[in-house]
Design a protein around this ligand. Structure first.
Ligand SMILES: NC(=O)c1ccc[n+]([C@@H]2O[C@H](COP(=O)([O-])OP(=O)(O)OC[C@H]3O[C@@H](n4cnc5c(N)ncnc54)[C@H](OP(=O)(O)O)[C@@H]3O)[C@@H](O)[C@H]2O)c1
Length: 279
């Protein structure tokens, strides 16, 4: 398959670069495939004529989205509509990456794909609109994931390791529950999904659940690092954007579609620690 990936400098795009090696990959730099430019999207998609487009590009800084809602709307929603139109014209499949933050977090059991959405942040609202835009392409797959990280990129794992290396005292929230998910596991699952032509909406996270504090604790234990880590509450650590208190996603629908390549989050973390380079 010829595969076009947006957001080439991001952490998930990097995992796709490492994992989808038996496909022809095109990852234009952001200056070439700028999601804020309708013309650039149509021009790149029509010249590449991809079998599959994986839209990894997004405005992912959840707090910054609150102060820059117009940019968030453009990158996370409007641009996805432009991609959907461009994919439709080429009969390409569009894989859109979405988020657990489309839910409000008041649930008490893992969210299924057909549970009502109710985002509580600009990021969540614009990503939900992005899902609607992606669905305008006949051949589309929307994969909601959560708490993405890997050995590379700007993410919670690297933030924790850098902070501990500087000897900083860490207070990490212990009342938000979700599923840390490695980019490499998601990339492997998306590869199978693309090869098998899955369509619709799927929840694609690592299995199990924890809190951000539980995740930090597991990182330090796995790395054998003694850190000054203590739990705090969301109220202790106010941020511009609200986050769902509970955003575990139910993967049963995805598991019924084909092979399940999403490990338990603890095994996935160990894999990142043992093998920073997955290849
Ligand atoms: N990270 C998470 O915890 C998480 C959780 C659930 C879902 N997701 C979704 O998963 C997908 C991949 O996220 P990620 O973690 O890989 O995020 P990431 O590392 O922030 O990658 C996103 C990339 O998009 C790029 N981008 C921003 N504006 C762009 C534009 N105008 N044109 C082209 N590219 C642009 C960013 O470049 P700059 O850095 O230069 O702006 C960045 O390289 C996103 O759709 C995200 O919403 C992420």
């Amino acid at each position: 398959m010829r595969v076009l990936v947006t957001g080439a400098s991001g952490q998930l795009a990097h995992a796709i670069r490492l994992v989808w090696t038996d496909h022809e990959l095109i990852l234009p730099e952001e200056s070439v495939l700028d999601l804020s430019k309708e013309e650039a999207i149509h021009s790149v998609v029509s010249s590449v004529r991809p079998d599959v487009v994986v839209n990894c590009g997004a405005f992912t800084q959840v707090d910054r989205c609150e102060s820059e809602p117009e940019l968030a709307q453009k990158i996370n929603a409007t641009a996805v509509g432009w991609l959907a139109e461009a994919c439709e014209a080429q009969k390409s499949m569009l894989i859109q990456i979405s988020t657990d933050y489309v839910f409000d977090g008041t649930g008490t059991r893992p969210y299924r794909e057909d549970d009502p959405t109710n985002p509580v942040s600009v990021y969540g609202r614009t990503k939900l609109e992005g899902e609607r835009q992606a669905a305008r392409c006949t051949r589309h797959l929307i994969a909601r994931t959560s708490w993405l990280y890997d050995a590379w990129g700007k993410n919670f794992l690297n933030t924790m390791l850098n902070a501990a290396a500087q000897g900083r005292a860490l207070r990490v929230v212990d009342d938000q529950r979700g599923a840390p998910t490695t980019c490499r596991a998601l990339a492997r699952q998306l590869k199978v999904a693309a090869e098998q032509g899955w369509q619709g909406l799927v929840h694609t996270t690592c299995a199990g659940e924890t809190t951000w504090h539980g995740f930090a604790k597991a990182i330090f234990e796995g790395k054998g690092i003694t850190a000054d880590l203590r739990p705090c509450t969301t109220a202790d650590y106010p941020t511009p954007a609200r986050r769902p208190a509970y955003s575990v996603l139910d993967g049963a629908h995805r598991r019924a579609l084909g092979p399940d390549l999403m490990p338990d989050w603890r095994d996935a973390l160990q894999d990142v620690i043992d093998h920073p380079d997955p290849v």
